[in-house]
Design a protein around this ligand. Sequence first.
Ligand SMILES: [Zn+2]
Length: 444
Amino acid sequence: VAEYWCELAWLGGADAEAEVLIAEQAGVITSVVAGSPCPPGATRLAGLTLPGFANAHSHAFHRVLRSRAQGGRGSFWTWRDQMYAAAERLDPDSYYALARAVYGEMALAGITCVGEFHYLHHGQAGAPYADPNAMGNALVAAAADARVRITLIDACYLRGGFDAPLSAAQQRFSDGDAIAWAARAASRAKAAHARHGAAVHSVRAVDPHSITVIAQWAADHDVVLHAHVSEQPLEVEQCRRTFGRTPVQLLADCGALGGRFTAVHATHAAEADIELLGSASCFACICPTTERDLADGVGPARRLRDAGARLTLGTDSQAVIDMFEEARGVEMNERLAARERGRHTSAELLQAATAVGHASLGWPDAGRLAVGSPADLVSVRLDSVRTAGAGAECALSAAVFAATAADVHHVVSGGVVSVSGGAHVSLDVAAEMRVAVGALLGRP
Ligand SMILES: [Zn+2]
């Protein structure tokens, strides 16, 4: 049993509430009372306390590319070659070490649950490890060390393109067919902090029959289903040319759309696609810091929401790991594209970062400061150089429009403190990152 007294806390409304006392027992919130004095023994949380963030789309190993791939020229496709080169060097031990640091960075940013879109399954040239889930298990173990919950979104990846075989670098991603993918995915060990999800890597990498098998498997196992969708115009063009349909229409025809489905990016979704995603109550995961880094374009976030889709946020390529930056990126990119302000309110953007993101990862109770939810608390400084001067009436906007991950000073994850005083309680994240990235680059 523990009590937390929050100077300000966001309970889901348009504004923050003052002097909120939150009690938890065994990792679950048991009471939330606004306007309460701080009782003796309670932990005082300064600034604004938010529910834990859900990072709904992550590829942990892309962190190696940070600062290396960003200054270059080219397109998504030239970046992808650099990303494959990074993937080639990973094995279960080096992936565990890297992911531990990456998830540590996420914990420091207030992320209490990560959706890891995982397709780096096998060894060199596609040979399975002795445990065929060794790579996924390394990610699950790394998340435990970082005190972050994980949904391992196990992605099926079978071909190099609409009419292309797997390249040498892509061999490691493939199980051969969707039946073998399902058998391997079903054999993975369970862990309390981890849930399972399924993914179609993309309509480029998976044929329609296999998409049908994967969608059925996700329904039978009652797990979430994700897919990269319409990130690049070339994918949409090739899909139209091959199947006479857009990627979203193809996924709909394969039975993939519905309340468990997340369309990742949906940057180049057409009007009919937006209607399909919205009317099926799908999630749409926007990853603004990656989409801008890769010159993808600006997605139709507001139109997706108006149509009935539910927005979530992901750090995807780990260009930065900062959910405030993702949240404001959705709004700011649309302002530039639409030449109109106020496309999304601060509360709507925070919903995407918290409750909606968790729902898309199969944790429907998480992401809210409410009785019965996991005790995930993220406290943001309102006295830093970025946020000082913000009052209760604009605390949410201070978080969304001005704060950075560096303003997160205290994080409770499932009732366990993971970050205190701005530092991870059990990992030296920067040191581990330096060693793990250096080892992959062949540095001593
Ligand atoms: Zn991705």
